[in-house]
Design a protein around this ligand. Structure first.
Ligand code: ASP
Length: 344
């Protein structure tokens, strides 16, 4: 065969097309990522001991690593969110699962929700008293019931029927939260103007919710939130955490969001969905959208708190209008970041 210019060119083009390196440049590798929070509030260095701070940082790191390892091994964002939240629900440090805050009747009523960004399926439970891992019950509602939200006794029964781990209500109680309830009740009964310090204390009794958002190697987003709600809550009060669109939202077209803060304001601001909508309709980045919703919309109503989020490219947001938010994330390259104070 005679080698002329066009046959050499053809050979060269065929070689480029078949070489493995050209496959690599054509196929964009999907980023993975995970972000968590353990509640936002008046978290100040002066009120923290080194031991307490180290304990929070350690559980946050442990939890986010569990989720990241699932994602790294090709697991789903749903599994990563569920298993990460289990660690925080098991820790008495957070207001979710064990260590949750008490109601005015000295009971514990737990709320949780989950959303799958690929299918827009969602599940939530509210006011449950015996489910060890409320986030798993929310996922079961999504997967194994025709409903999105179950509440109270029925939700506890459903979780039992689904074979989830059931515990005695006493399992969730901690001395710290019993003392908090007493202090809040005392302040309530005094009916005198509370000092700035007491005010700070009272505000802090509202926070400690946990949440997780993740992006998996298939490009699927998921979000979950779990909480005991607010100390001294009455009349089966329900906050934003179990409300899809307020405390939790995920959509593969935009982002996954989990919120924490003064629930009444987060419900009225439809926080999680609003961030997604600003991205979808206005083309904002996740950071721009989160900033507007937390610093302008929620704040202008008088509410406080924060969100964590991740978009479908792996960009993250950790935004708050409080002095602190327990939070952590691991990027695609495996870098771990743990933060508590706003100015970190
Ligand atoms: N958002 C939760 C609620 O209002 C409380 C929190 O995030 O700490 O129930």
């Amino acid at each position: 065969m005679q080698l002329n210019y066009s046959s050499i060119r053809l050979f060269f083009l065929l070689f480029i097309a078949c070489s493995p390196s050209s496959e690599k440049t054509d196929t964009k590798t999907q980023s993975i990522g995970i972000v968590i929070h353990g509640g936002a509030g008046t978290i100040l260095r002066k009120n923290m001991t080194p031991e307490k701070e180290a304990a929070y940082r350690s559980v946050l790191a442990q939890a986010v690593k569990v989720g990241y390892n699932i994602l790294k091994n090709g697991g789903s964002s749903q599994e990563a969110v569920e298993k990460t939240i289990h660690i925080m629900e098991d820790s008495p440090l957070f207001n979710a699962g064990k260590g949750a805050v008490l109601t005015a009747e000295e009971t514990i009523e737990l709320d949780a929700s989950f959303m799958n960004g690929a299918t827009l399926d969602a599940g939530a439970i509210s006011g449950v008293k015996t489910i060890k891992h409320p986030i798993s019950a929310a996922i079961k509602v999504m997967s194994n019931s025709p409903h999105v939200m179950l509440s109270g006794k029925g939700a506890d029964e459903f979780a039992h029927e689904q074979g989830l781990e059931i515990v005695e209500p006493e399992y969730f109680f901690t001395e710290r939260r019993i003392n908090s309830l007493r202090k809040v009740k005392e302040a309530e009964q005094k009916e005198i103007q509370t000092s700035a310090l007491e005010e700070t204390f009272l505000r802090n009794q509202r926070y400690g919710t946990v949440g997780c958002v993740a992006l998996d190697s298939e490009g699927n987003l998921a979000a979950g939130t779990s909480t005991g709600g607010m100390t001294n809550k009455k009349w089966n009060r329900i906050g934003d955490a179990p409300i899809i669109g307020a405390g939790t939202y995920a959509n593969n077209a935009t982002c996954a969001i989990s919120a924490t803060g003064w629930g009444e304001f987060f419900i009225r601001s439809v926080v999680a969905y609003d961030i997604s909508a600003l991205m979808e309709y206005k083309g904002l980045t996740i950071q721009e959208a989160s900033r507007i919703v937390i610093h302008e919309k929620v704040a202008s109503l008088g509410g406080d708190g924060g969100v964590v989020g991740i978009d479908n490219q792996g960009n993250i947001a950790m935004e708050m209008n409080t002095p602190g938010m327990y939070r952590a994330h691991i990027d695609n390259d495996g870098t771990l970041t743990v933060k508590i104070y706003k100015d970190e």
